[in-house]
Design a protein around this ligand. Structure first.
Ligand SMILES: Nc1ncnc2c1ncn2[C@@H]1O[C@H](COP(=O)(O)OP(=O)(O)OP(=O)(O)O)[C@@H](O)[C@H]1O
Ligand SMILES: [Mg+2]
Length: 286
């Protein structure tokens, strides 16, 4: 409780809990705001966030395109779409397919479409190294379909290489998932530096949409201390929404379903719905 504000409850990030309102339905769709989910550290919740934020925004009637931009293809698998023997983001990047609509797959979830990826994408950086304007290829692909969507989410691989630079160049905003564990802050400075370079040289309009604490376990002092450090370091850039640690996420991935469908009433499903409402309230998504 804050002094003088008897009814103010502090959330896990130590700030008063804000209730983000239920989003109003949209009257029309597009052009999309493009958000890149980036962190070169592996296993921090980029893909989980891409899947469940996409599903939550789609539930709120937003038209969402999720782009799998990782050769591991985890986003494609997690949304239950095929990634083999179908056109993928790789063919679009290489230009062997020109129209992104040829690679877009409708998922089983209304309003949620995917461009899949598979291991082929790991060869893209080598193939594109001598390409003119190689950093802007993804931006030019997305521009062809941005009018059809309210939001495009790009699930980056854990690296700061050419693919991630393409994602940052294409994006209006970056969302950085950060696992609530001891080494979480390591490497974030390098990521921020990369974002600054992209801003200087390729994409002056890019913004940091926010830092999302993930895998938070309120029962451990360790988790609470890390979250405190994250808020000390990044202040208001840290989302109010914090994603708790639960095995429901790996379970949902195996089922090829977002948690919002796999366990719709689970607290973790609500956490991603809240993130969707927070982004809409902040104006980061229509
Ligand atoms: N909040 C959570 N609680 C428990 N497990 C989680 C949570 N978020 C993600 N996971 C699990 O942790 C693992 C890594 O998550 P995820 O794949 O989303 O991270 P990533 O940053 O995309 O990883 P990579 O860098 O390899 O692409 C997965 O098995 C996922 O199911
Ligand atoms: Mg991933």
């Amino acid at each position: 409780m804050l002094e003088g504000f008897d009814n103010v409850v502090l959330g896990p990030t130590g700030r008063p809990v804000t209730v983000f309102p239920e989003p109003k339905p949209l009257k029309g769709h597009g052009p999309a705001r493009i958000i890149s989910l980036s962190n070169q550290k592996g296993g921090v919740g980029k893909t989980t966030t891409a899947i469940n934020l996409a599903a939550s925004l789609a539930e709120y009637g937003r038209k969402v395109l999720a782009i799998d931009f990782d050769p591991q293809g985890a986003l494609s698998a997690g949304l239950g779409v095929p990634a083999h023997d179908v056109p993928t983001i790789y063919e679009l990047m290489l230009g062997t397919i020109k129209d992104p609509r040829e690679a877009i797959i409708e998922t089983a979830f209304p309003n949620l479409h995917v461009i899949p990826a598979n291991i082929d994408l790991s060869a893209a950086e080598v193939h594109l190294i001598n390409e003119v304007a190689r950093e802007t290829i993804l931006a030019r692909i997305i521009a062809k379909v941005a009018g059809d969507y309210d939001v495009v989410l790009i699930d980056c691989q854990p690296s700061l290489g050419l693919l991630t630079v393409n994602a940052l160049t294409a994006a209006h905003g970056v969302l950085i998932p950060l696992e609530c564990e001891f080494f979480a802050l390591r490497g974030v400075a390098l990521l921020v530096e990369t974002i600054e370079k992209v801003k200087d040289r390729l994409n002056p309009a890019i913004e940091l949409d926010g830092i999302l604490p993930t895998m938070y376990d309120a029962r451990t002092l360790h988790s609470r201390e890390v979250l405190e450090r994250v808020v000390e370091t990044f202040g208001d850039s840290v989302f109010q929404t914090v994603i708790g640690r639960t095995v429901k996420f790996p379970d949902a991935s195996v089922a090829g379903s977002p948690i919002t469908s796999f366990a719709p009433t689970h607290q973790a499903a609500d956490a991603y719905r809240q993130l969707a409402r927070e982004l809409i309230s902040r104006g980061a998504v229509a």
